[in-house]
Design a protein around this ligand. Sequence first.
Ligand SMILES: [Zn+2]
Length: 141
Amino acid sequence: MELAAGISAASSALEIAKAMRQIGKDYDAVVIKGQVVDLMDKLLDVKTALQDAKAETEAKDHEIEQLKQAAQVRVETVERHGMRFRASQVREGEPQGLPFCSRCDQVDGRMITTADNGRGVKCPQCKATFEHARFYLWDND
Ligand SMILES: [Zn+2]
């Protein structure tokens, strides 16, 4: 949005500059001053839009970094019956404990461990329930 506003303001500034280039002798100083004020106003809009776009880009970079870290966690997980689990430390390739919430994983890219609610599992974060979810509790894990 900020970039679109910046591009629009830059286009307006260019139009004003083009008009000023074609100024003839019939224009007086008041008209020229007015156009300079308009030009400065549009350039200020461009500067503000670029600052906003810079802040938004930095926020996205931060989010990408968080998602990369979340993706690294996946290396140590095992998928079973459509749900993702922490990998067992004692049984290679086997899941351990309660599954992570599929909804939080897919929507937010976050690995939230669900809790047993008696009929399946429930996410403490988004409250999604998974009625037929299984969980794996090994003696030595
Ligand atoms: Zn969730």
